[in-house]
Design a protein around this ligand. Structure first.
Ligand SMILES: Cc1cc2nc3c(=O)[nH]c(=O)nc-3n(C[C@H](O)[C@H](O)[C@H](O)COP(=O)(O)OP(=O)(O)OC[C@H]3O[C@@H](n4cnc5c(N)ncnc54)[C@H](O)[C@@H]3O)c2cc1C
Length: 450
């Protein structure tokens, strides 16, 4: 029988776990199994429909596996004999493993709306051939309806109107698009950015049925409105892909995620680890269960899992939740808690805000205004979160905030930042908005402490 020291089931976080394992254990034989021949950069999927143009331009190169001496087998794992430590597959011979990693990810949530199975109703599967079909249909249509105004829905809406003369409508059940991710002022800014390119946004509206003969022709809303649709894209969330884990008796959480500890070891089997969208998560802030599914979290967990396979190296500090998106060239990024979430959780906070152009002088070509909002604990002055909108630098600036949060820096610490600046690349050292937002919070925090 074929043998391997490590068998990993998965894609994005599976690759990260494999690379991490290779770094820590250079002599181990590692095999990665995944269902798809070619895998996509999941976060790049919306861009297939606009900016990058086709799935072929959005793939994770297999060279990463070759470079790290990780054998790739394209197949589906269908069973695991945990006593004998043997994993079996649809097509290939079984493999006996020493350690195994479940990185089986998530699948899109498909709600039981009447008509959901009609032709041209698509969820956002991370599958190459499926997305090729979606793209082919998208290129034939006139009216596109996107259900869900989260960041996937918003990115799709922005992208699929690029190079196409189409009507795009986003239907969002809540009062604002992106309302679960950002504070209201940023949601309003994002909605405006999307409306400015001609996308119609219907908030406080719920799709109750999808109408048409065999293919979709319109969607019906709870308000009674009908919206014409030749194609419908569902962007309403994802669920952990744990059918196999359940079948082989790994303990699952409330949302059917694989239960793991802080070392990414499953609660059920010391030789099986899990990482990414398929496993349980806890909040960095209070240790409560978190259902955040992000590549940032998945790959961090994967690095931890890969390192810990044969002896504990790292432990997981919990989900900070850091991400960014871009809508009509305006970027939005969040790290940690928003004001809304902190307030809902009765956390006393001080908010510091600062705006500045991302070049100095602000008159430089392509200069963009940055809008920074930082959230600090009123009691300790420790940073809990931050939201930024602006240009391209937004993506890396929220990563800086994530590092500040991870190291529990206070407003005072951030005031003392020595930031590298350059006229064409950053805000002015006098107006650097992360520092200035912290400066504005220091005084109220000090007044409370005294
Ligand atoms: C459209 C879209 C945009 C996104 N944008 C962002 C973003 O901008 N930033 C961000 O941080 N996150 C983003 N995300 C979320 C991010 O993509 C996920 O958090 C990430 O893909 C999780 O990685 P994963 O490895 O856990 O799972 P997945 O990417 O779901 O990979 C799981 C893999 O496991 C394989 N598999 C499953 N079962 C088996 C089996 N039995 N045998 C063999 N193989 C199996 C699957 O085929 C798949 O290849 C986005 C998600 C989507 C859908």
């Amino acid at each position: 029988m074929k043998k391997a020291d490590v068998v990993i089931l998965g894609g994005l976080s599976g690759i990260s776990a494999g690379i991490s394992c290779r770094r820590h254990y250079p002599d181990k034989k590692i095999v990665l199994i995944r269902k798809e021949g070619t895998i996509l950069i999941p976060c790049g999927i919306p861009y297939i429909f606009g900016t990058v143009g086709r799935p072929e331009n959005n793939v994770i190169p297999d060279g990463l596996l070759e470079k790290n001496d990780i054998e790739l087998i394209t197949d589906e794992a269908i069973d695991v004999d945990r006593e004998q430590k043997i994993v079996s597959f649809k097509n290939n011979e079984p493999i006996q493993y020493d350690k195994m990693v479940f990185a089986t990810g998530s699948a899109p949530l498909v709600p039981p709306i009447p008509g959901i199975k009609k032709e041209n109703v698509f969820s956002v599967k991370k599958e190459f051939d499926y997305l090729k079909d979606v793209l082919r249909e998208m290129d034939k249509v006139k009216d596109i309806v996107i259900i869900g105004g989260g960041f996937i829905g918003m990115e799709f809406a922005d992208e699929c109107r690029k190079n196409r003369d189409v009507n795009v409508t986003v239907v969002e059940m809540g009062g604002r698009c992106l309302q679960l991710a950002m504070d209201d002022e940023y949601c309003d800014e994002a909605e405006k950015a999307l409306k400015d390119v001609g996308v119609k946004i219907l908030t406080n509206e719920k799709v109750v049925s999808i109408e048409g003969n065999t293919a979709v022709e319109s969607v019906k809303l709870a308000s009674g409105k009908m919206v014409k649709a030749d194609i419908v894209i569902l962007g309403i969330g994802a669920v952990p892909n744990t059918t196999l884990a359940e079948k082989v008796g790994l303990e699952l959480g409330l949302r059917k995620e694989i239960k793991v500890d802080r070392y990414m070891q499953t609660m059920t089997d010391k030789d099986i680890f899990a990482c990414g969208d398929c496993c349980t998560k806890e909040s960095f802030f209070d240790g409560r269960p978190s259902c955040v599914m992000l590549a940032s979290v998945a790959t961090s967990e994967a690095r931890i899992a890969g390192a810990n396979l044969f002896s504990p190296v790292h432990h997981n500090c919990g989900v900070i939740s850091v991400f960014a998106t871009v809508i009509n060239n305006r970027a939005f990024g969040v790290a940690g808690l928003t004001e809304k979430v902190a307030t809902e959780n009765n956390i006393s906070i001080i908010v510091g805000r600062a705006d500045a152009p991302d070049t100095h002088p602000g008159g430089m070509p392509n200069s963009t205004m940055l809008k920074v909002k930082l959230i600090f604990s009123k009691d300790t002055g420790i940073i809990l979160g931050g939201t930024i909108s602006g240009g391209k630098s937004t993506g890396e600036m929220v990563n800086v905030l994530s590092a500040c949060i991870l190291h529990r820096m206070t407003a005072n610490d951030i005031v003392m930042f020595q930031m590298g600046t350059h006229p064409a690349l950053t805000s002015s050292p006098i107006a650097y908005p992360i520092v200035n937002a912290a400066c504005k919070a220091v005084l109220p925090i000090r007044n409370i402490a005294n």
